[in-house]
Design a protein around this ligand. Structure first.
Ligand SMILES: [Zn+2]
Length: 191
């Protein structure tokens, strides 16, 4: 889901122009950055679903019971937002907080049910995840939408477009998204 996360971060630039792109990119990936540290510390882990094909797209079980628990993700997002607000004011802080948490929402869509609600999966509550990774074409389509819409929003944030050009840019972006989506589905259903 890497390009999808980045597409979303680029799009967020429109809402907080003062926040630099690197900070948006970093926050979209902050949960995984913290995950890597906990992985190194042996607190969290990652295992292939099918050991025979360890590198297959999305074929991974991720045991990120702290960084990727609902409450853990909210805490990390709130901390990141608070830090960012000291540098880029309230608007920047709120944007960074939302972008950080958006990582969890995207993971919720694509992960197999492996996201706990409470850190450390306290109480063994049901694990969350809609498992879109089981449908590689659907998850790639979702990434494409995020990239295209994110890139469009980013362009709007860095280039001053006239009202008319703005409308044209949106139409082109949405038409491209629709075209790619129909290609995906035609492909999926063998049409
Ligand atoms: Zn993640």
């Amino acid at each position: 889901m890497t390009p999808g996360h980045f597409g979303l971060a680029a799009g967020a630039k429109k809402f907080a122009p003062r926040v630099p792109l690197w900070a948006l990119f970093l926050s979209t990936y902050l949960l995984d950055v913290v995950f890597v540290f906990l992985l190194a510390a042996g607190v969290e882990s990652i295992t292939p679903l099918d050991p025979a094909h360890p590198n297959a797209y999305g074929e991974l079980l991720i045991h990120a019971e702290y960084t990727h628990s609902l409450v853990g993700a909210l805490v990390i997002s709130a901390l990141a937002g608070w830090l960012a607000s000291r540098r880029w004011e309230r608007r920047g802080g709120i944007t960074i907080g939302i972008v950080t948490f958006s990582h969890w929402i995207l993971d919720l869509l694509v992960h197999r049910p492996d996201l706990p609600i409470l850190p450390g999966n306290i109480g063994n509550l049901p694990l969350l995840g809609f498992g879109l990774w089981e449908y590689p074409r659907a998850s790639m389509a979702l990434e494409l939408i995020l990239i295209l819409v994110g890139a469009t929003l980013y362009l709007f944030s860095v280039i001053k477009l006239s009202e008319e050009n703005r409308r044209r840019a949106w139409t082109a972006s949405l038409a491209t998204t629709a075209l790619l989506l129909s290609l995906f589905f035609a492909n999926t259903f063998g049409l």
